[in-house]
Design a protein around this ligand. Sequence first.
Ligand code: SAM
Length: 266
Amino acid sequence: MTNEFQGNLGKYRVTQTHAGDWTIYSEFFDENCHSLEGSIAETDAVYIQGTELKAQAEQALREKRPLSILEVGFGAGVGAARAWNFAQTIPEQSVYFCSLELDADLARYALHLGPFADCFKAFCKVEHHNSWRVDYKNFHLHILLGDAKQTIRQLVDEGKKFDAFFHDPFGPQKNPSLWTVEIFQNLKSLTYPTSVLTTYSSAIAIRKAMLEAQWAIEEFPGFGLKKSSTRARPSGRIENALLEKLGRSPIGALRQHPGLVDGKVK
Ligand SMILES: C[S@@+](CC[C@H](N)C(=O)[O-])C[C@H]1O[C@@H](n2cnc3c(N)ncnc32)[C@H](O)[C@@H]1O
């Protein structure tokens, strides 16, 4: 496995976590794709368990439709690999995993050479312009390339719905354009009443953006060094203590402004 490679958005470095598994560092965003405490354990805690994927699968089965997951940020493919692992526990059910990614070179590396490429070896891969299909048994991975600001809108226009949302772009300080009120409003258009969105971030600006987009937010335990993460549902009660905590902060909801280009403040 090479340690460094060049993508559309600059250099990437494959980095070992303290748990012995792997993540990828992006020079462009100056951030690792995962906590250095472990990429698999973080993905399982924040996304697979955080979105209550088992309950989502049962709900989808009751409604006689595939379980559908939307991931914002394909990255090293860990979210997809863990969802594939989960899909093997429900072989009778079809699982559709749609992942949005800006850097095609990174997605290609992750699928073919990256630290989790072994998971995708047996998969049948069809690359068609900006829409790649990777299928194996009951698991259907769809990578939609391009800026998620646009591809999320595309999914809204297509009338798509998802049970679980893995919101996993780089952090709001490095990549603010995917954490805005507008993004969370568009994601909300993609929900079923029972859907769940999670993210590792606990930033006040993103929680306020979710609130303004009419998501019911809650805290859940953070992974590794993080105290808490954020879970959001299309509707529900919000704890007073959380509302009071947000109300005490002068930080506002993250919003789009013309100075943001491709996730970088210009
Ligand atoms: C934290 S990594 C994702 C990790 C991934 N979920 C995994 O488990 O391996 C964030 C990813 O979001 C992608 N990204 C950043 N900005 C984006 C944008 N505007 N549109 C689509 N993808 C974007 C980055 O290229 C990067 O691959």
